[in-house]
Each structure stands twice: as structure tokens, then as C-alpha cells.
Design a protein around this ligand. Structure first.
Ligand SMILES: NC(=O)c1ccc[n+]([C@@H]2O[C@H](COP(=O)([O-])OP(=O)(O)OC[C@H]3O[C@@H](n4cnc5c(N)ncnc54)[C@H](OP(=O)(O)O)[C@@H]3O)[C@@H](O)[C@H]2O)c1
Length: 282
């Protein structure tokens, strides 16, 4: 799988697998094994998904079967949740150390702030900067940020521009302005819920179905290619071994510019994960 360079030269795979609502160890083991077999090396987790250990165990099992693949070939990210930011008052070092100990992953390729918890996200970010400088985490980023949150980080003295921003992005929520802001600042964008969870409104959308037929791909493949053509890294979740290949075999076709515009025009600011108390005005 090809990769993209972050601003610090760390390489991130062009597509990654998510683990929210991956509840069964056997599914996780099968999905990770299938992924590694097909050269898919990027994985996303979070304390709140309760999949950090399950994912890491699956990775260790798969690595033991593939002597040609090393930990350093993989890209694993996790997050700092709001309760950790609040409990540690921004000092989140112990949660990262505990995570690394229980998963035996040695380091994280990327650590993200899960939501901009209003009172603690700047302090949390500054603590992450220290962990980054120590090499415990290879890159740092944020999720669910709006432009004002980036501006506040700068105003409050953050010194490292986030390497990555992860946000909900799909054809019903394309986030043009935010994506352009990130591009202008050298921040790579990960698109979460890149399939809008395949809710019926998107799975049955006439435009997407017509274009999928035109390119002889599935609606899911069309949407995932739409993200990669925008230069985004989709993080797609499936519990199905069969869909790992479908969701990552997306580089054999190119979406024409007019069709990219047509898909972008489906935007209706529709979100599965609403901004609420975690994402207030300031
Ligand atoms: N930072 C954040 O705040 C945040 C928030 C939400 C999610 N995330 C991350 O992003 C990842 C992906 O987001 P998501 O899980 O919300 O949504 P998603 O990846 O857009 O959609 C997942 C859903 O689509 C189904 N699906 C997957 N591939 C399919 C295919 N080819 N055809 C038909 N259905 C398919 C899956 O079912 P099956 O499992 O049955 O295949 C699942 O129900 C998460 O797992 C998580 O790692 C981050």
C-alpha cells in the first residue's frame, strides 16, 4: 500500500482500518490478518472503543505469521479521550504509557486528541508535544477540530503544527473549508466514517449508484476513492474479512474531475457525530 508523507516525514498509509464497534476478537483477528496479507498496514483505535488491546493482540498474532512484516511497517494510531484530559488536567503522559504497556506496541505512530475538550485540549496538546519530542509517539494530531480550535492552539503557545487532523468526512459532509485549511498548513486529513456508515440514504443515493456503475465499482469503493483523490486518508471500519479487500482495492480507477465535483455537491453538512459540549464556541 502506498503512503503519504506527514510534515515530519513520517509515512501514513493511503487508507486505514477503523475499530469502533469491533466487538469480537475473532473478527478483529481475521480482519487484521486479511489486512496484513494484502499490504494494508494502517489501524485506528481509541480508549473509548475498548479495542486498543484487541487490535494490538491481533497485530502481534499476525506479525508472528508474517516474518517479512515488521512493527515498523505498520501505522497504528490511538487517541486521548475527554475523561483522560479532564482527569489528568491535560497531563496525559500516564495514559499513553499505560496504553503502550498493555498493548506492547513499543510506540504509537500517531496520538490524537479525540475531542477538543474545552478546558484541557491546549494543555493536553502541549503534553503530547513533549511525548513527541521524546519519540514515544511518532506524530501528533487532533480530531473533531474546527478552524477556531487550531487558532486557539497557536494563540495559547503550541509550537508544533498538528501532523494530522481526523474528522467526519463523507459525500454528505465534505468539509471543503476545513480540508483546505489543513492543506494550507501541511496537516494531513484522515476521514472518519468515510462511508457515512453506509446508512440507507447514502447506500441508496442515486448519484453515487450511477457513478459506481459507471466505474464498475461498489458504492463503498467509489466513496473511498473519492477521499483518496482529495488527498485524504479514509479510515474505514468493517468486521467482515471479505470487505477488507473490497474497501482497500480502490486504486485501479480514477474518478474524473466532473464526477468529483458531482460527488462534492452531495454535501448537506450531515454528521453522524454531532459537535456538542465537547466542541463549544471557544
Ligand atoms: N475520531 C473520531 O471521533 C471518530 C469517530 C467515529 C469513527 N472514528 C474512526 O473511523 C472508523 C470508521 O468510521 P465508522 O465506523 O463510524 O464508519 P464507516 O467506516 O463509514 O462505516 C462502517 C459501517 O459500514 C459498513 N461497511 C464497511 N464496508 C462496507 C462495504 N464495503 N459495503 C457495505 N457496508 C460496509 C460496516 O459494516 P461491517 O462491519 O458489517 O462491514 C459498518 O457498519 C471507526 O471505526 C473509528 O476507527 C473516529
Amino acid at each position: 500500500m502506498e503512503s503519504i508523507s506527514l510534515s515530519n516525514e513520517v509515512k501514513i498509509p493511503k487508507i486505514m482500518l477503523g475499530s469502533f464497534q469491533m466487538n469480537k476478537e475473532s473478527d478483529m483477528d481475521e480482519v487484521v490478518e486479511e489486512a496484513l496479507t494484502h499490504g494494508v498496514y494502517g489501524f485506528d483505535t481509541s480508549p473509548s472503543y475498548k479495542t486498543e488491546e484487541m487490535l494490538a493482540n491481533a497485530i502481534h498474532k499476525s506479525l508472528s505469521k508474517h516474518s517479512d512484516i515488521k512493527r515498523s511497517d505498520l501505522f497504528v494510531d490511538s487517541k486521548i479521550d475527554s475523561w483522560q484530559m479532564m482527569e489528568g488536567k491535560g497531563d496525559i503522559r500516564k495514559y499513553v504509557e499505560e496504553m503502550l504497556e498493555k498493548t506492547n506496541l513499543s510506540y504509537l505512530d500517531l496520538l490524537l486528541i479525540h475531542w477538543p475538550e474545552p478546558n484541557f485540549y491546549t494543555e493536553t496538546y502541549k503534553c503530547m508535544e513533549k511525548l513527541y519530542e521524546e519519540g514515544i509517539i511518532k506524530s501528533i494530531g487532533v480530531c473533531n477540530f474546527r478552524i477556531r480550535h487550531f487558532e486557539r492552539l497557536i494563540k495559547d503557545g503550541a509550537t508544533i503544527t498538528p501532523h494530522v487532523m481526523q474528522n467526519e468526512i463523507h459525500p454528505f459532509n465534505v468539509e471543503e473549508e476545513l480540508v483546505n485549511y489543513c492543506k494550507d498548513h501541511g496537516i494531513v486529513v484522515q476521514a472518519y466514517s468515510p462511508l457515512c456508515r453506509m446508512i440507507p440514504e447514502i447506500a441508496n443515493d442515486a448519484t453515487l449508484n450511477i457513478l459506481a456503475r459507471k466505474y464498475n465499482v461498489s458504492v463503498a469503493q467509489l466513496m473511498l476513492r473519492f477521499h483518496t483523490e482529495r488527498g485524504l486518508v479514509p479510515i474505514v471500519k468493517t468486521s467482515s474479512k471479505k470487505r477488507v479487500l473490497e474497501n482497500t482495492d480502490i486504486f485501479g480507477f480514477t474518478i474524473e474531475d466532473d464526477d468529483m465535483t458531482t460527488i462534492s455537491m452531495l454535501d448537506r453538512h450531515f454528521k453522524m457525530f454531532l459537535e456538542s459540549r465537547c466542541c463549544p464556541g471557544y
